[in-house]
Write a protein of this length. Sequence first.
Length: 162
Amino acid sequence: MPSLHEPLLLVMCTGNVCRSPMAEGLFTHYLAKRGLQAQVISRGLAAPTGRVPHQYAIEVARRHGVPLASDKRAAAVNGADVTQAALVFVMDIGQRQEVQRRYTAASGKTFLLGHWQNREIRDPINEPIETFEAVWQQCDAGVQAWVERLCAAGLITAKEIA
């Protein structure tokens, strides 16, 4: 469970094998790079529990120097994840509607990852690696914009030096 100074950011997609693991890796990367405090997890609305991320997601992340956690496995979202999350990021409007249907209390804290780019991020599953690259770029833009706005709003802050 995150501390008072370390909010939980929940990133979701459908299967938790393509988009949300890439976005989780990007959030973790940018938060660490800036010395910011937040816990980041990713989940799926219909995750094949235990599956490793898609090989193209792993490859594209590696190419960009943001490797996905070696122990990352697909996990299904649950009520505790949503309750503990300060913010929930989804990839498309259908996922936002599904989160709001399943977890009505999350309505006010569930946003599109591509909100600031006015974009939904489509699922690259069963697509060539070039599609994963395009999705990576969209996730990257979304994550960077959210990190900036969350910092500006004071929702995520620098780590305290002990």
